[in-house]
Write a new protein. Sequence first.
Length: 168
Amino acid sequence: MLISNIVDKLHEQLNLEFFSSNLYLQMSGWCSINGFDGASSFLRKHSSEEMMHMSKMFDYLADNNEMPIIGTIIKPHTDFDSMEKLLRKAYEHEKIITKKINDLSNIAIKSEDYTTFHFLQWYVFEQQEEEKLFQSVLNKLDLARSNDNNGVGIFLLDKELMEMSKLK
């Protein structure tokens, strides 16, 4: 049986993962209508991954005889000035998720809930990959911007993101 304060935190994280899925789906839509098909595909795939993260937490709660509770999900931001600002916002969001997962892991350890701590380690490693992925995309964006004033670099980055969306 899970400890009540941990159940509350797991519900918060479940809903944050759900929000993340919606955020990346919304970002995908912005990219699509602005002609960035590669970024749109990349972010749509990422949205699906975030939904899988939410489902994994949902199942953990249910498997531990706790009712998974989906709360009100805040509407994600819908307008971005540029693909660069959108990608930087995605990276900052991933850093927030990492902090939340780390905080939740810390609570599990302090509460001596080793089962939950063990469960959360998958998320800890996943977040390391997520931050690395978005940092890599931003590095490529910076490189494209530093060598290009007429949009060719952004075009090539968008093509690269399309290829990245096909991996895994």
